[in-house]
Design a protein around this ligand. Sequence first.
Ligand code: B12
Length: 213
Amino acid sequence: MNMMDLHKLYDAVLNGDAKTASAFTQEALKEGAAPLDLVTNYMVPAMDEVGRRFECEDYFVPELLLAARAMKAALEHIRPLLLASGAQPVGRVAIGTVKGDLHDIGKNLVASLLEGGGFEVIDLGADVSPEKFVEAIKTRDVNLVCLSALLTVTMGAMKTTIQALEDTGVRDQVKVLIGGAPVTEQFASEIGADGYGESATAAVALARKFSHA
Ligand code: B12
């Protein structure tokens, strides 16, 4: 499959065409495309363009939903390829999108890559309350917490979540890693997170660093 064809994957996600996105991904993988290359160079840039179009009101919420559905359909073929082959887990991670925020595509990618990197991942989903994170730490022997937020208005919930870990006495048991499009390194240090990752691959590198610390 040549580059021209791969651009059809970009177009399929951008146009919210789940059927084509799914079919192209399967075909590209069959022809030997690298799973992460498809994600990083075609699917994520398409979602970025969707965001830009939404911002200038070319796209509205229905188009966002369709694009998200196309991205998820394509990721279904990629996810199994990212899974690690049954070695002893490097660490146990609880991951979720914070309260009030429903964006879960980036969070799912981070979860898949962490799994691929040998971590055991407890995925708490989207719109996760601080209490749920606390409960996971208390009952599941978690050593790393990953928080995702895609909205400026839900970044505050990251702070509230870290505060809840402190108030319930579990903050010292875990490292907290945060990420998502509006999040920055500076914000991470402001709210007392242990680290910030700008991508799913950065998340794995940081998670590895923490579990060897
Ligand atoms: C798809 C989408 C949606 C879908 C989400 C579907 C789903 N199941 O996820 C739907 C339609 C539901 C949606 C709804 C809304 N959305 Co929206 N959405 C998007 C869009 C286009 C793409 C997001 C995405 O999936 N990107 C692809 C993934 C792979 O990237 P990512 O999430 O950034 O994740 C990567 C990194 O950030 C990082 N990462 C992510 N999490 C973590 C965590 C850790 C620990 C680490 C280390 C790294 C990390 O790794 C990932 C992979 O590399 C963005 C635009 C954009 N470009 O971000 C707008 C965007 C985020 N949405 C926006 C808005 C405004 C909304 C709505 C309020 C719209 C409305 N009026 O209803 C609602 C809010 C609903 C809610 N309560 O959450 C705005 C936010 C503006 C802001 N700064 O606050 C954006 C930026 C669009 C825009 N340009 O205006 N949205």
